[in-house]
Design a protein around this ligand. Structure first.
Ligand SMILES: *[C@@H]1O[C@H](CO)[C@@H](O)[C@H](O)[C@H]1NC(C)=O
Ligand SMILES: *[C@@H]1O[C@H](CO)[C@@H](O)[C@H](O)[C@H]1NC(C)=O
Ligand SMILES: *[C@@H]1O[C@H](CO)[C@@H](O)[C@H](O)[C@H]1NC(C)=O
Length: 191
C-alpha cells in the first residue's frame, strides 16, 4: 500500500501533467484579477463644467456638414445630414475663454419630427491632471430642448471605467449663422 505522502505527490504530479497538457492544447485568453491589480481603489464622482463652442460659419468652421441626402434640403429637421466637429471646450462662455479641451466627433440628424441628433463625441481634455484623458459621449441631442441629457459611456486616462451623463444647455445661438455656445455639466464616476 502507498504511503499518504507518496499518494499526494502522485496526485500533484498528475495534476501538473494534466494542467500543462490542457494549457498547451488550449491557452486561456482570460483570467479573474483583483481591481487593485490595475491600481483601482475607490470610485470617485467628478463634476465637469465647460462651454462648447460650435462654429458652423466663416472661414474656419469647427463643425462641418460632410454628407446629406437628397431629401435633407427639404427637411425642416435636417434629416439625413451628417457633420464632423472639432469644437473647443472652454471654462467660460466668451470666445476667448481658456480652452480646457476639444469635442471631436460626429452628429447625424436622425429625426423626422424635430431636430434630433445622434451624438458620437470624444471629449478630450488638455488641462492639468486631465490632460490627454478623454470621455466618450454617445446620446440623443434634441437641440431645441432647453436641457438635453446624454450618457457618458466610457473614458480613457484618468477617466478609465468612466460612466455618467452630461447635461447640455444652449447658452447662445445665432439662427442665421448656425453658430452656438452650449453649456455642459458632466457628472462621471471613475477611479
Ligand atoms: C423638395 O421640395 C421641392 C419644392 O417643394 C420639390 O420640387 C422637390 O421635388 C423636393 N425634393 C425632394 C428630393 O423631395
Ligand atoms: C498636455 O500634454 C501635452 C503632451 O504630453 C503637452 O505637450 C502639453 O504641454 C500639456 N498641457 C498642459 C496644459 O499640461
Ligand atoms: C449672426 O450671424 C450672422 C451671419 O453670420 C451675422 O451677420 C450676425 O452678426 C450674427 N449675430 C450675432 C449677434 O453675432
Amino acid at each position: 500500500m502507498l504511503k499518504p505522502l507518496t499518494l499526494i505527490s502522485t496526485f500533484t504530479l498528475l495534476f501538473f501533467l494534466f494542467s500543462s497538457h490542457v494549457t498547451a492544447k488550449q491557452p486561456r485568453f482570460y483570467r479573474t484579477i483583483s481591481p487593485t491589480f490595475l491600481g483601482l481603489r475607490k470610485e470617485k464622482l467628478t463634476h465637469l463644467h465647460f462651454y462648447f463652442h460650435d462654429t458652423a460659419s466663416g472661414p474656419n468652421p469647427t463643425a462641418i456638414v460632410v454628407a446629406q441626402a437628397q431629401i435633407t434640403k427639404n427637411s425642416s429637421t435636417l434629416f439625413g445630414a451628417v457633420a464632423v466637429m472639432d469644437d473647443p471646450l472652454t471654462v467660460g462662455p466668451e470666445p476667448g475663454s481658456k480652452i480646457v479641451g476639444k469635442a471631436q466627433g460626429i452628429w447625424a440628424a436622425a429625426s423626422h419630427d424635430e431636430i434630433g441628433l445622434v451624438m458620437v463625441v470624444n471629449l478630450e481634455f488638455c488641462e492639468g491632471k486631465y490632460n490627454g484623458s478623454t470621455l466618450s459621449l454617445f446620446g440623443r441631442n434634441a437641440v431645441l430642448n432647453s436641457v438635453r441629457e446624454m450618457p457618458i459611456v466610457g473614458g480613457s486616462g484618468v477617466f478609465r471605467f468612466a460612466h455618467g451623463y452630461g447635461e447640455a444647455k444652449t447658452h447662445w445661438f445665432n439662427i442665421t449663422s448656425g453658430d452656438a455656445v452650449v453649456e455642459y455639466n458632466v457628472y462621471v464616476f471613475h477611479y
